[in-house]
Design a protein around this ligand. Sequence first.
Ligand code: COI
Length: 378
Amino acid sequence: YASQTSSLEVPDSAPYRENDEYADVDWDNLGFGLMPTDYMYVNKCGAGQHFGHGQLNPYGNIHLSPSAAVLNYGQGLFEGTKAYRKENGQLLLFRPEQNAIRMKSGAQRMCMEAPSVDQFVNALKQTALANKRWVPPPGKGSLYLRPLLIGSGAVLGLAPAPEYTFLIYASPVRNYFKEGSAPLNLYVEENFDRASRRGTGSVKTISNYAPVRTCTPMDSFLCFFFVSRIQKHVLMAQLRAKKNGFSDVLYLDSATKKNLEEVSSCNIFIAKGRCISTPGTNGTILAGITRKSVIELARDHGYEVQERAVAVDELMEADEVFCTGTAVGVAPVGAITYQNTRMEYKTGSGTICQELYNTLLGIQTGAIEDKKGWIIEI
Ligand code: COI
């Protein structure tokens, strides 16, 4: 497996257990923690080349040069998608080509080689099938598949890596938040930004998720000298929010601080009457596949959906707020605190959020007929 240019090696000591129907997992107590499975998919290519055939290897640590571009300069992208087990035992993937397309366009922005859409989708299928015994029983969750594309080649000066690694690992999961399916309690973060104009907010780059504050000229000066101190403040802000009982942080746009942006790990929607609004994909918003699917389903159900700048003040008037994301699904928000004011929202039966959650999950799990061609059965 190891090639001369390789900066990634996979130990061959992981167990192969192909025949068991189900892995030994407490399926009733799944959260969103990593539970390593049997196999991961690995494929590598040199800069300026195309990805060839990849392979399934036992899940295990990877070996990287300390000067790998991903470690030094954050040249990396990730994706997330889920495989569900249908009652008849077949596995279902949801719109995997959308993840492939997003990874390809992200790779262009990050000057990386990317697998083709076919290679990406085939790799997902292989990884899901090889780890089938880790796919929860129907109704108990899903197998989360995490594709990564990293600059694995060594660099010293700032430059694109000479080698790229595309890999996919998997973990059985259920609810993302510790609240389970209970409504979320969000805190509007005003001191730190998620993304800046003309930055990479719309790209699923690994560095968007360990949030860095957008700098004013004075901040840039301070950043230069006190980077570690400022980053500590970012972590402290998140920890403080969690310590104070909040589920997560809702960011505002960095330019005006007047419009909603995203929650750390998902997109945000508000609903007033039969009108649903979500921040438009203007360059700082991640174009979520769940976001896009929920917009389409909501329109099918007769709701008006607006993709636009959504003012933070509209939170005062909203009937409902909900989040969408692959990991999160469609999650109701019960309360948001903004500038010491706590606003509460409708949740539970009869809500738009519940209707969209049921429809989307129904399609994803095969309980509702897929009339859109979103599902791939494997
Ligand atoms: C996902 O929803 O799949 C993501 O990639 C977000 C991540 C922060 C869990």
